[in-house]
Design a binder for this molecule. Sequence first.
Ligand SMILES: *Cc1c(COP(=O)(O)O)cnc(C)c1O
Length: 395
Amino acid sequence: MTDFASTRAAFHLPEGVTYLDGNSLGPMPHAAKARVAAMMQDEWSEMLITGWNKAGWYTQPRRVGDRIARLIGAGPGQVVMGDTLSIKVFQAVSAARALRPDRRVILSDNGNFPSDLYVAEGLARAVGAELRVVAPEEVEAAIDDHLAVLMITEVDYRTGRRHDMRSLTARAHDAGALTVWDLAHSAGAVDVDLTGADADFAVGCTYKYLNGGPGAPAFIWVHPRHGDAAQPILQGWMGHKSPFAFDLGYAPAPGIERMRVGTPPVIAMTALDAALDVWDDVNLSDLRARSVELTEAFIARVEAACPDLTLHSPRDPERRGSQVGFRHPQGYAVMQALIANGVIGDFRAPDVLRFGFAPLYNDLDDVERAVDTLSRILRDESWNNEQFHKQAAVT
Ligand SMILES: *Cc1c(COP(=O)(O)O)cnc(C)c1O
């Protein structure tokens, strides 16, 4: 059994705060702070440029990728780190679409995160493809033999709705299409099994449930059957087969290495590498069971104590990720009041209060404190104070 009391102790959780926003930015693992300080002192300071070889900075994107692979049902040598998730979405969708050159359609749903849709829209314009966006429950029916790429975010960032990766992938393959799965709200939150689902491409970020810190690099996975056929459009020198030959023409590195673009963010990846230590003793079935326990308890208690809120997530835990949304007409002000009272969740327009539950450090006490505070704020209407209505840049 995974010892969640010991994983919780691995994080710095500020005094007096109940943190339910690890689905936006995970808290800092103590190990990350120490590891980055040591890297600055022993590697950057002392080794200078030789750190690329001596400290292994050059191969870090693959080493860290292998650690993520275990958490998403991928094999060693199949995942590489770098850039931001938006860029990795572009890399994956462009490569997938190039493998189906006779087909025009990229299909996604309107529960997807806007950046994924913006990137696909720009790509479609550039390569003469068409982005089709349907409601989440209409995705399956919209798969036909014009489809080149099915681009889906497994867990909806607003509602927590979880798509069935296995069955949608099978449907897409039956129609002759390829799949790109965005795991931004899945990796470290649910029991992902890319190999079992027979997916084609996957991408994700590492600053949410993987706790890599603000701006931590993204990951990309390509099924080995496409490894040497997939051609990235962003042909950077670090994805070249011999970057230090400085050839004028591009020739892709074998396998996943070709998905690299430019110089990796070594300091940020060092923090991420340290943040991944905590996962060494975590069993993904335990993680999922704990996540379901927390979200079920939260929904039951909120519904009993806060009649003004409406559940905005699937009730069936099988169809839900590790977050819960509730709607309130004045959701923004309610969330600001909640934050002022030490319970941190976030708000997503137009009216959704969003609460992320990260089994590594959230427990049933967090659930209880959050619901007590929320019901008090709603009962005494203290949220309806002018200070809670002022909109900040980041919600
Ligand atoms: C968080 C998130 C992003 C953010 O992309 P960045 O490039 O890291 O800013 C993109 N897509 C999805 C589905 C997300 O949840």
